[in-house]
Design a protein around this ligand. Structure first.
Ligand code: IFM
Length: 463
């Protein structure tokens, strides 16, 4: 189904709005074993047969480790005033804790300074899924020691970069790391623990709290927050079964990752929800650590979810139902921009004063981009996707929601986890064989948005 941009004038956003792009270390850096970097769970995972489409790996990815300067020059041409990147934990702490790797720290020093020199504010994610393999070998996120090691790592990065970073994001999408990586094994570390993942949930939340405190103790000048992937969950019908199913998924997907941090409560009953887990992992005082106040909430939004009640032998208590009659992305995800307005307004209404200011820390779409004979990548679907979602954010702001910025996912096409390079999300086309970069039509479109040129008129595709 076609997706078109709105024909109405583009809304004006506040002058101090953060306009950026978002990336993650494993998806772009490459240099997987260079300059003293230790292996991560993703390095291990991609080298196992059958894990990634067509055996692709992130060994080279976008070669950002070597091409960062020219990529930052391109980013400056885009005109963004902010950029979110992640640190590869095992590049700076090869064994996950202990002796730091100076070459790794120096890389992120240069990157932060390179961004600042181009007028781009750095936002740093500490953990975007690539856990040091050494920690995984000791139990990974099933072990409390990993949460403690995360605090040591946060302190190290806070000491090193804390005077220059605008925003710190402890974790990226712990729900996806738990479900894809630990329940179903389709992402690293490839565990198949199904519902027995309560320890993983708890230790990720604990790591967030410990890391937040460690960053503040290190004296960082920037704000500290966390990024969650959030979705409104729709019940297929008004029936009690479907409504209960929607409440169940909402708790698992959204609220179990927000309530403990924002309200100091856990909405799921661990023993009923995660049978077979180790429930002894929770200690007195953990809830208070997890509820350490944060300065902002990062929201990654791609699509809403729809569910119906499940058969009585389904341990999840819900069944996903496709959302029909809407455009679909390259991943076959439904495109429903108004669901983003509903999500943001709903968060404000549900959490009230407990909700800090929010950023959209990821939003974007994969499509099967091609370079045309004239050298252009005509990604009109992506332009329409971004246009409609940005207007949805403006609608939420008009309703009084405190939004501080937007980070488009993503700058360059990159290694999309188990799909390798087969799903392209970038504003810049990357040929993974030659590493050639080609800005897509969406690059020129987004430049008009981030520079404010688009406000009050309909942005042109090619100005
Ligand atoms: O590429 C990912 C990113 O790493 C986390 N959020 C979703 C993106 C698209 O799948």
């Amino acid at each position: 189904m076609e997706l078109t941009p709105s024909a109405d004038p583009f809304p004006a956003f506040p002058a101090d709005f953060a306009w950026g792009t978002a990336t993650a270390a494993y998806q772009i850096e490459g240099a997987w074993d260079e300059d003293g970097k230790g292996p991560s769970t993703w390095d291990t995972f991609v080298h196992q047969p059958g894990r990634v489409t067509r055996g692709q790996t992130g060994d080279v990815a976008c070669d950002f480790y070597h091409r960062w300067e020219s990529d930052l020059d391109l980013m400056a041409q885009l005109g963004v005033n902010a950029h979110r990147f992640s640190v590869a934990w095992s590049r700076v702490l090869p064994a996950g804790r202990g002796v730091p790797n100076e070459a790794g720290l120096a890389f992120y020093d240069r990157l932060v300074d390179g961004l600042l020199a181009r007028g781009i504010a750095p936002y740093v994610t500490l953990h975007h899924w690539d856990l040091p393999q050494a920690l995984e070998d000791e139990g990974g996120w099933t072990s409390r020691a990993t949460a403690e090691a995360f605090a040591e790592y946060a302190a190290l990065m806070g000491d090193r970069l804390g005077d220059r970073v605008t925003g710190w994001i402890t974790l990226n999408e712990p729900f996806v790391l738990t479900s894809f990586g630990h329940s179903f094994g389709v992402h690293a570390p490839g565990r198949t623990m199904l519902l027995g993942v309560w320890a993983v949930v708890h230790h990720l939340l604990l790591a967030h709290g410990l890391g937040t405190r460690a960053l503040r103790d290190a004296g960082v000048t920037g704000g500290v927050g966390i990024t969650q992937n959030l979705s409104p969950v729709w019940a297929l019908t008004d029936s009690p079964e479907d409504t209960a199913a929607a409440a169940k998924l909402d708790a698992l997907y959204n609220r179990q990752w927000l309530d403990p941090i924002l309200l100091g409560t856990q909405p799921v009953d661990p023993e009923a929800t995660y049978p077979g887990s180790d429930f002894s992992v929770v200690r007195d005082g953990d809830a208070a650590i997890i509820a350490t106040p944060i300065d902002f909430l990062g929201v990654n939004f791609y699509n809403p979810q729809q569910v119906k009640g499940a058969a009585s032998d389904n341990p999840m208590g819900f069944e996903l139902v496709p959302i029909d009659g809407v455009p679909r992305t390259g991943f076959d995800w439904p495109v429903v921009p108004s669901a983003l307005t509903d999500l943001l307004v709903g968060l404000r209404d549900h959490y009230g004063a407990a909700l800090p200011p929010m950023f959209i820390t990821e939003n974007g779409t994969s499509i099967p981009d091609v370079i045309d004979a004239d050298g252009r990548v005509r990604d009109g679907f992506r332009i329409a996707y971004l246009d409609r979602h940005l207007r949805a954010i403006a609608d939420a702001m008009a309703a009084g929601v405190d939004m501080r910025g937007y980070f488009c996912w993503t700058f360059t096409d990159n290694f999309e986890w188990a799909e390798g390079f087969d799903q392209r999300f970038g504003l810049v086309y990357v040929d993974p064989d030659t590493q050639a970069r080609t800005p897509k039509d969406s690059f020129a479109w987004y430049r008009q948005v981030v520079t404010g040129e688009a406000a009050g008129r309909v942005p042109e595709v090619i100005p």
